[in-house]
Structure formats: structure tokens, C-alpha cells
Design a protein around this ligand. Structure first.
Ligand SMILES: Cc1cc2nc3c(=O)[nH]c(=O)nc-3n(C[C@H](O)[C@H](O)[C@H](O)COP(=O)(O)OP(=O)(O)OC[C@H]3O[C@@H](n4cnc5c(N)ncnc54)[C@H](O)[C@@H]3O)c2cc1C
Length: 302
């Protein structure tokens, strides 16, 4: 019986695993090596490590966890169930003979999110370098650049307005022009943000430097630009929280947690992008550390 099984070894899961190891807890961490930011060229805004590559940050984190005696296993968790409030069972593998079960007194879900991305030729060539989804992460690198914003509706208008912090050369691309209200259009016009009611055919640019140069449209024509930000939504990377019956936050639909990072299911904690706070690596790491402290306390004599 482990004290805690951590599912996920991104910044949230690894940060929790490090603290659990420092508390000398018997913890086991699973990951299937597919963190959300695997395409990013660098993690911006992570104090002390600004611009560090995601792979390097995670490799360092894994080394720190194992140096403290923590266990990390690369295997997909395919099932999870609550036996009692003090006993959970985790299943890995897709069937015999690789399937195994593991038992723990606490669970930490740190499985992150998956982004809905544009499905067009060229996307993978530029994603993480000159195609982005997060103004907080990559806005600063876009000062005075010509930015195209892809999405629909009022939410995307707000997203485009946020980018005014760094540039005033913004064009909104939308396949669903009808989703823009009169109010949206007034706001866009006030900041000289043009609207192209088009669908993207392909992205084009310098493959060596990974700099985007233009966007081709299915309807014909192209838009010259330096950056593309998309706002197409995201979804949890796993459904383990559903298997456990964790309540979702009513506003954002992510996993609800209390101030101790505990979900609505006693003994099950969640941290990182899966929970409602800002989706940043440093926030995920901080939430993982907070969850570990609470898990340790909940297992300690009082
Ligand atoms: C392109 C891009 C660029 C970004 N740039 C920045 C930036 O510059 N600065 C910044 O602060 N943030 C940035 N972010 C956001 C940042 O990456 C996330 O906030 C952060 O990775 C969240 O950490 P996490 O641990 O919650 O989830 P993740 O990093 O997504 O990790 C999830 C973990 O769960 C594991 N997992 C999921 N399901 C299972 C399962 N069933 N079984 C086993 N393991 C499982 C995965 O293997 C992975 O280890 C960026 C994101 C993207 C997509």
C-alpha cells in the first residue's frame, strides 16, 4: 500500500512527488511522457528558469524526485477506483500481460489538459515557436509583431484584446462570423482589429527558424503575419477524475478543489492545469507542492 499515487509527471505532479519524497512518504508517480507543453520551445515566466525547455525542466524534476528516493514509472493509468476513503486502486496497461494494479491511501491527479489545435498543414512546423495559444506565456515575445488570432465568439474577442498589451497589429480570423455580436465588433473596431471571415488552409514560413510568415485561406488569398494565437478550447487529458466521481467547477468545467487542493472525493487531490487556476507551469508546480503538504498532513498523527 503506497501512501500516495500521483498520476502525472508534469510540473504539478513532479513538484508534489518531490515534496512527498522529502516527507519520506511512500509515493509512486505515473506518467506517459506527454506533457501539455511538449511542443513549446521554452517555458516563459518561470522564475529562475525563464525560457528553459520543457524537456529539460521535467528531466531535472525527475532527477530531483528520484534523488530523494521517489519512484517514477512511465506507464499510462487506465483505471482508478475508490475502495474506501483510505484505499484507492490504480490500474495500468491496456490488458494482459502488461496490466497491473497498485493500491494507495491517497491519490493526486495531475494529469493536465489537452489543447484543441488547428488542424491544418504547417501547424506542427510552427507550434510552440511562432504559433501559440497562451498570451500570458508568449505575449512578451510578440512585442510589435503582426498577430493573427484564430477563434470565434466573444471569448476570442477578449483574447484578442489581451494581446493589445504587446502589439496593436492584430487581425481576427474566424470561421463563424455570426458568433460576433455588435458589441464585439464595436470593440474590435475601436482598437483597429480587422476581421477575416475565413478558414485556414495552411501555414507558411521559414521552416529552419520556425518563423511564421503567412496564412493561406481556403476561400483564397493570404494574410501576412508573424504570429498566430489560437483560442479553440481545451479538455482534460484523462478521464480519471470522472471515474472517481470528482465534482467539476461550475464556471470553467475543470476539477473543483478546495483550499487544500482536495477534490470533492475525500482522499483524492488534484493540482495543475486540471484545476481552475491560471494554467502556468509555475502555478502547477505551486499547486503540486500545496497538495503534497496537505496529503502529508492528512496522513500524519494529529
Ligand atoms: C505550447 C505550450 C506552451 C506553453 N508555454 C508556457 C510558458 O511559456 N510558461 C508557462 O508557465 N506555461 C506554459 N504552458 C502551460 C504549461 O505547460 C502548463 O501550465 C503545465 O504544463 C501544466 O502542468 P501540469 O503538471 O498540470 O500538466 P502537464 O504538464 O500537462 O502534465 C500532465 C502529466 O500527466 C500525465 N498523464 C496524463 N494522463 C495520464 C494517464 N492516464 N496516466 C499516466 N500519466 C498521465 C502526462 O504524461 C504528464 O506527465 C504552455 C503550454 C503549451 C501547450
Amino acid at each position: 500500500m503506497y501512501d500516495c499515487i500521483v498520476v502525472g509527471a508534469g510540473p504539478a505532479g513532479l513538484s508534489a512527488s518531490l515534496f512527498l519524497a522529502r516527507y519520506r512518504r511512500r509515493a509512486l508517480t505515473f506518467h506517459h511522457n506527454s506533457p501539455r507543453n511538449e511542443y513549446a520551445h521554452g517555458i516563459h515566466g518561470f522564475l529562475g528558469h525563464d525560457g528553459i525547455s520543457p524537456a529539460e525542466l521535467l528531466a531535472r524534476g525527475r532527477d530531483e524526485v528520484t534523488a530523494h528516493g521517489g519512484l517514477i514509472v512511465e506507464s499510462c493509468v487506465t483505471g482508478i477506483e475508490r475502495i474506501t476513503n483510505e484505499h484507492f486502486r490504480v490500474y495500468t496497461g491496456s490488458g494482459t500481460p502488461d496490466s497491473r494494479t497498485f493500491d494507495a491511501r491517497r491519490i493526486l491527479l495531475a494529469t493536465g489538459l489537452r489543447d484543441v489545435t488547428p488542424d491544418c498543414p504547417g501547424f506542427r512546423d510552427f507550434y510552440g515557436f511562432s504559433v501559440h495559444h497562451c498570451p500570458d506565456c508568449d505575449g512578451y515575445e510578440c512585442i510589435d509583431k503582426r498577430i493573427a488570432v484564430l477563434g470565434s465568439g466573444t471569448k476570442t474577442v477578449g483574447f484578442a484584446l489581451r494581446l493589445l498589451t504587446w502589439t496593436n497589429k492584430i487581425t481576427l480570423i474566424t470561421e463563424d462570423e455570426a458568433s460576433l455580436t455588435e458589441d464585439d465588433r464595436t470593440k474590435l473596431a475601436a482598437f483597429d482589429i480587422g476581421v477575416r471571415a475565413r478558414s485556414i488552409k495552411a501555414l507558411d514560413g521559414d521552416l529552419k527558424s520556425k518563423e511564421l510568415r503567412r496564412i493561406f485561406f481556403n476561400e483564397g488569398g493570404a494574410l501576412e503575419c508573424d504570429r498566430l494565437f489560437f483560442n479553440l478550447g481545451n479538455e482534460p487529458a484523462s478521464n480519471l477524475h470522472e471515474m472517481l466521481g470528482c465534482k467539476l467547477d461550475e464556471e470553467c468545467g475543470l476539477v473543483w478543489v478546495d483550499r487544500t487542493q482536495q477534490t470533492s472525493v475525500e482522499g483524492v487531490y488534484a493540482a495543475g492545469d486540471l484545476t481552475p487556476n491560471s494554467q502556468l507551469a509555475i502555478v502547477a508546480g505551486a499547486e503540486g507542492a500545496m497538495a503534497a503538504i496537505q496529503i502529508h498532513d492528512s496522513l500524519s498523527p494529529s
